[in-house]
Design a protein around this ligand. Structure first.
Ligand code: AKG
Ligand code: FE2
Length: 277
């Protein structure tokens, strides 16, 4: 491996270990697709509420337009969201999937996990997308845009439309604003990579604040394992000196349990932790 690659991988390693979140310059990849998508999303959120409510989720289905719902009640978070499992958005998703696999490949390399093992788990994995719309609010300190949480995904690739800030990540107990970088995605390590890496990489605890005058729109794409893959620490990382810190569960169970819980930090991950202290 050349020195440049070694140093890039080292940077990735420390970002994942210390922060669970980092910027990824996109070098113009998907930029025209992104513009189209941004326009479509702005048009959608600009529609009257009764038009948007036509896309409200059916009972028992998490896909559709609405607010954050916790245990059947609408949460106080000041955000409108649209969640869908991606069949449309194909071109954008295809490009992002290549990026996600490349990133997961780099993570596997830093963890000394065989690339084939990584591909077996994540290639053609389940993907979903969530579009978040945070309207401006005159007293932003009185509302939360999106509650503190970690993503249940393996990794999340986030695009912030128009560069309106608001995302924050918790580091050593302190909330740090994630500065917007033009032409860069934000990548979050999600709970699945924390489990898969047996705790080497940490899922990012993050939240979103609301802006006084500007509306904020973000598009998060969540990359998960294949539905038939199990979720647990990678076998090659476990030995008598490094016991598994998490249990292994089927994807099905993981997804059901994750979505049945409140949006919060490490919700199901903590449940999977072995020898909780
Ligand atoms: O709006 C953002 O920047 C973040 C959204 C987010 O964290 C999520 O949808 O899980
Ligand atoms: Fe998130």
């Amino acid at each position: 491996m050349d020195d440049k690659k070694v140093s890039e991988l080292e940077k990735l390693q420390s970002a994942c270990r210390d922060w669970g979140i980092f910027h990824l310059t996109n070098h113009g990849v998907c930029s025209s697709l992104m513009k189209k998508l941004d326009g479509a999303i702005e048009n959608f959120y600009g529609l009257p509420v009764d038009e948007k409510m036509k896309f409200a989720p059916q009972p028992g289905n998490s896909q559709g337009y609405g607010q954050v719902v916790v245990g059947g009640e609408v949460n106080s978070d000041y955000v409108e969201r649209f969640y869908m499992i991606t069949e449309s958005l194909e071109a954008y998703m295809e490009e992002l999937e290549k990026l996600a696999i490349a990133l997961l490949g780099c993570l596997a390399e830093t963890l000394k996990i065989d690339r084939e093992v990584m591909l077996k788990m994540y290639e053609k994995g389940m993907q979903s997308v969530r579009m978040n719309y945070y309207p401006p609010y005159p007293k932003p300190e009185l509302v939360t845009g999106l509650t503190a949480h970690s993503d249940g995904s393996a990794i999340t690739i986030l695009h912030q439309v128009d560069g309106v800030d608001g995302l924050q990540v918790k580091q050593d107990g302190v909330w740090i604003p994630v500065q917007f970088l033009p032409n860069a995605f934000v990548v979050n390590i999600g709970d699945i990579v924390e489990i898969w890496s047996n705790g080497v990489y940490k899922s990012a605890e993050h939240k979103v604040t609301v802006n006084e005058n500007k509306r904020r729109i973000s598009i998060g794409v969540f990359f998960n394992q294949k539905v038939e893959a199990e979720i647990g620490p990678a076998d090659s990382l476990i030995n008598s000196e490094n016991p598994a810190l998490f249990t292994t569960v089927t994807s099905d169970k993981y997804l059901k349990e994750f979505f049945s819980r409140k949006l919060a930090v490490n919700t199901y991950l903590e449940h999977m932790r072995i020898n909780k202290s």
